[in-house]
Design a protein around this ligand. Structure first.
Ligand SMILES: [Zn+2]
Length: 253
């Protein structure tokens, strides 16, 4: 695991810290905290998550109508530890973060984030932002009707189901990259950070998938594609800033 080029992200973390500190109004925590959810987790993590979520969604407020003529509606965020009920089944720490199309909520497992930070340091922090942007990417797929179309295709072509899931995941990475494009324009992210962050998120995610027990309901349990594919599609969104660059279904890569 290479750990170079984290300066830009450290600057972003500092900038976020200051923005959150100075601008109380910037933080709109759309979170439902089950009792004890935050115990053992210092407030900075909640602030960081809230700030990134807000930043990602504000970007879609602007980009989605401009590029797709579709109004954006905000997803809700549920932070949890241990387990929490969702419309997609029970969210459990073992499964990691996921988006539930049924209730349009992102379920974030705070333990997953702690683990990213413990194991990867600063690239782990950018990885947290990337994970949030990826999950909101699934929300974009819901709004645009892509998720519904693909789910129908999967039901009618079960043999293609896994491959279609990979394409959905890579598209969510590309949509995360479209947000990344706006952070880059604001000079918040050093693009050298991106690769190590995506590898960090993938590594923690894959470890968790291996520990996943049977019977859990989680859209994220499907293959996400290789780390290289994920970086490639994130970069396409990052480079172009355009949703039309994210047609993973019409690509061999
Ligand atoms: Zn996903």
């Amino acid at each position: 695991m290479r750990m170079r080029g984290i300066g830009g992200w450290l600057a972003l973390a500092l900038w976020l810290g200051r923005a959150v500190w100075l601008g109380g109004g910037l933080v709109h925590a759309q979170s439902q905290l089950p009792a004890g959810a935050m115990s053992g987790h210092p407030d900075p993590m909640l602030k960081f998550v809230s700030f990134v979520l807000d930043d990602v969604q504000k970007n879609w407020d602007r980009v989605l109508p401009a590029q797709m003529k579709t109004p954006y509606r905000h997803a809700k965020l549920v932070l949890y530890r241990n387990s929490f009920p969702s419309a997609c089944g029970k969210a459990e720490t073992a499964v990691g973060p996921f988006y539930c199309p049924g209730d349009e909520k992102v379920y974030l497992d705070l333990e997953f984030f702690s683990e990213l930070k413990r194991r990867f340091g600063a690239p782990g922090e950018f990885a947290e932002a990337y994970v949030i942007a990826h999950e909101i990417g699934h929300h974009i797929q819901k709004i645009e009707g892509i998720e519904q179309k693909i789910r129908h295709l999967q039901e009618t072509n079960p043999r293609e189901a896994n491959q279609l899931s990979v394409r959905l995941e890579l598209q969510a990475d590309c949509f995360a990259g479209v947000w990344g494009n706006s952070t880059e324009q604001r000079h918040l992210v050093n693009r050298n950070d991106i690769e190590s962050a995506i590898h960090a998120a993938a590594a923690v995610g894959d470890d968790r998938l291996q520990r996943l027990g049977r019977g859990s309901v989680n859209p994220e349990k499907f293959t996400h594609g290789t780390s290289a594919q994920r970086v490639e599609w994130f970069r396409r969104g990052l480079d172009s800033g355009k949703l039309t660059a994210c047609n993973t279904f019409g690509s061999e890569r």
